[in-house]
Design a protein. Sequence first.
Length: 352
Amino acid sequence: MGNRIVKWLVLLCTILLLSACGAASQEKVLKKVNDKWAETNGYELNASMEIKSGGEPRNYDVTVWHTKPDFYRVEVVESGKDVSQMIVRNADGVFVVTPTLNKMYKFQSDWPKKNSQAYLIGALAEDLAEDKNLVMKEEEKAYIFEAATRNSYKNSMPHQVIKVDKKTLLPTSVVIMNDVKEEQIRITFKKVKLGVQHAAKEYAVEQFTEQNDTQGEQATPAEKDGQQEQDDQEAVGAEVEYEEFQTHYPVVNWAQLSNEKVVQEAGMERVILTFDGEKPFTVMQQPVTKESTMLPVSTSGDPVDLGFTIGAITDTSISWEKDGVAFFVASSKLTREEMVEVATSMTISSMK
C-alpha cells in the first residue's frame, strides 16, 4: 500500500514538473519574442494583406518604416490599382496622406499607442504581453500564438493567430478572425529587417507638397493650359462617377433605418441615413472630390485603421473615404468600437 502511494506521488510530481516546464517554456519564448520585437531601435518590413470581410477579397501591399522613439511611415497600396495611402508620424504630428486625391490630414494624436496595428511588430509584441489568456502552440519550425486583438475592430474581430519563425523569432503571418473564428484578415510578412533607422527628414511630409509645388513652378504656360484642360476633363469624369454613385448601408443587426433622404449640394448628391433605437446614429455619404493642391488639413480625433482605409475617429464621429465615396458617421450613443463596426460593415445593399 505504501509503495503504491509513493508511486502515485512520484507520478503526480512528474506531471506537475512537466506542466511547470511547459509554462516556463511559453514564458521564455514570449520574453525572447517581446525583447526582439519591442527593443529594436528601428525596422523596415514588407508585407501583403488580404481582407476577406465586406464583399470581394482585397489585396494590399504594406511597407513600414519605424525609427525609435516615435517615427513611423506606413504605406498601403491596393494591388492592381493606382490607389495608395500613407500614415506618417514625425515630430510635427500624425499625417494621413492620400496621393490620388491630393489630400493630407494632420492629427495631434498618440497613434499608434491607442490602437494596435497587425503590421506593426511592436504593437504585436504588446498584444502578446497584454493577453493574460495567451495560448502558445509549437510546430516543427514555428511558434503559434493565439491572442486577443486590441485594434480598432476588436469587437467584430476579437481573435488573432500570430505565427513566429523559431529560428529568427520574427513574425511570418497574422490571421485576424471574427467571433466565430472565421478568417477576416491575413497579413503575410515577406521581409522584416531589424536595426534599420531612417533620418528625420525621410519622415517629413513637406516632400509631398514640395513635389507638387515644384511641378507647378516648372510647367510652361502651354503645359499649364494643358493641365487646366485635363482638370476640366477630370471634372467631367467626376460627374460621370457621381452619376454612378450608389448608396451604402451598414450591415449590423442592431441598426434600424428610420429615414433616408437625398440632398443636392453644389451640384453633388449627398445621402443622409438616420438610424433609431437604443444606439441611434446618422450616416452621410457623397462622392469624393479631388483637391487641386495637397495641403495639410488639421482634423480632430485620431487616425483609425479600418483595414481597407485609414479614417479619422473621435468620441462622437468617424469619417473615411472608400471607392470614390466620402463617409461620415455621427452619434452620441455609439462607442468608438461600435462606430468602427458600422464603418467596416458599409456595403452597397439594402437594409432589408
